[in-house]
Structure formats: C-alpha cells, structure tokens
Ligand binder design. Structure first.
Ligand SMILES: [Zn+2]
Length: 279
C-alpha cells in the first residue's frame, strides 16, 4: 500500500493516534497506563506500543520529515495547555501569539495540519475508505496554505478540564491522562460524501469535518491571531451524568482511548454541522 500523504512511497510507518510527546509529558519514561477501546481496558507501558498507533498507512519520510512542523506545533500547543485554559476562562479566546510568540501564523497552520493528518489517518482506516477523495487534505498537509473542504471547531469543556486536573494528582499512576478519540462518523448524503470525528485532549474537544467534493462555505481562518472558543459543559455525550460516575467509569470513559459516547446524538450533531457547512 502506498502512503496516503505523498502517494509515492510505500506505507511503512505507524503514526501515533496518541502522540508520544503527550504520553511522555504525562507519564514520564516508565509508566503503567491504560488504553480503552470502547469495550475493554488494555494496559500499556511504552509510547511505542502498537495499541496507540495507526497501522502502516503513511511513509517514514512523511511521518518524520514532511509533517515534523505539524507534530512540533501540536506538542508546543499542548505543552501550553494550562495557559490556554486560563486564556479561555478569562477571555473566551485562544490567542495563538501567546502560544507561539515567534511564529504564530505558520504555527497556527501547522497545528491544523496536525489535525488534518490525524483526520486523514482516521478516514483512511475507516470503513468508508473506498469513497474517499483525500487529495485536498494531503495537499494541505504537504504545504498548501488553505484547504477548502476541511473544517475544525475547538470547544472548551469545563467538566473534562476538572476531571483531567483530578487525574493529574491521582495517586494511581495509570490514569494520569485524558486523551480520547471518537469514531470516524460518515456524515454524507447522496453526492455529498463527508466525514467527521473528534479529539479530546484534557479540556479541549477538537471536532473535524471533511467533505469529499465540497468546498465548505466556511474555511479555517489562518489570518486571525485570536479565536473565539465555544464553552460547553457537555455531559450529554456520556451515558450517564458525571455525578453518577464511579471511579472506574471515569477511567474507562475518559482516558487514553476511544470514548464511548451517545453515538446517535453525536451523529445528529455532526450531520447538522456538516449540512450547515455545505448548504
Ligand atoms: Zn509519504
């Protein structure tokens, strides 16, 4: 199989679903962590574990060289998560200049290229791979400065922020983190083929949308230094109220892994948003 990004080299590299930098920052070098796949808990103790990687769908050159700036921007962004949380709580905005003071413009594009790489890997390992035209996404990752059919929304969730703070001080080392992904959801209708998914990292929920042949009516604005972030207190997506969660629920629903959400609600939410992007 060829790498979906360059479409030249053999796919011989495993992109991390969960970035090694996140894992090292939260757990250090040697640790005992848990991955949840939506049904079962799996222990893992290395950032190189296959559990937390995609299968080989990209090449070493794309993974290590061509997307290095994207990976670095993501790492710096989440190294600054406490600052970002404060900014959002105080101003309702993320100011990219405060996170990347020397190069916020290129870094803002780069972190979105990271989200694009992640979304592309999700799409290319989904059940809908035969229906995908990934060309715009790969050109964006390889250096194009805009992408007409990829859209990202960032939300701040006070509940998952507090929960993540709790995990950091929890004496049970293996639950020190809250990073999760939802399923790749097919949101297409007739000729409008589309995909959506999301990443949760601590307080932030990053939703992405990709439309095969659509030029969305909104595009990610890379010219703004500071962006409004919608605050949510979402418990709706979880199977019961957080107040009714016992410890094991927290650990299994909100740790490394796939979050187990109210899929129907999620699908409706994604479809509504996708329609608003394409109409
Ligand atoms: Zn490649």
């Amino acid at each position: 199989m060829k790498c979906w990004i360059c479409q030249i080299n053999e796919a011989n590299s495993e992109e991390h679903k969960f970035k090694a930098s996140d894992i090292r920052r939260q757990f250090g070098k040697s640790f005992d962590a848990v991955y949840y796949d939506g049904e079962k808990l799996y222990p893992f103790n290395s950032p190189k574990d296959k559990l937390i990687k995609f299968p080989k769908i990209i090449c070493i050159d794309c993974n290590n060289n061509k997307t290095r700036n994207a990976d670095d921007a993501y790492t710096i962004f989440f190294e600054n998560i406490d600052k970002i949380n404060n900014m959002i709580e105080q101003t309702g905005h993320i100011n990219y200049n405060e996170i990347f003071p020397s190069n916020w413009k290129s870094s803002k594009i780069d972190i979105h290229r990271y989200f694009a790489k992640h979304a592309g890997c999700k799409i290319m390992t989904s059940n809908f791979v035969d229906q995908v035209d990934i060309s715009q996404l790969r050109l964006f990752i390889l250096g194009k400065e805009n992408v007409p059919n990829f859209y990202v929304r960032i939300f701040f969730n006070e509940i998952t922020k507090e929960f993540t703070e709790q995990l950091k001080i929890n004496p049970r080392d293996k639950y020190r983190s809250n990073i999760a992904f939802g399923s790749t959801i097919y949101v297409g209708e007739s000729n409008d083929i589309g995909f959506a998914g999301s990443i949760i990292n601590g307080s932030l929920r990053i939703e992405w949308y990709y439309g095969n042949q659509n030029h969305f009516n909104r595009s990610i604005d890379f010219s703004t230094e500071s962006d409004f972030v919608e605050k949510v207190n979402i418990e709706d997506y979880y199977p019961k109220a957080f107040t009714d969660f016992i410890n094991e629920d927290f650990f299994s629903y909100l740790n490394f892994g796939k979050y187990h959400l109210n899929e129907e609600l999620l699908k409706n939410h994604y479809r509504t948003m996708f329609r608003s992007l394409t109409v």
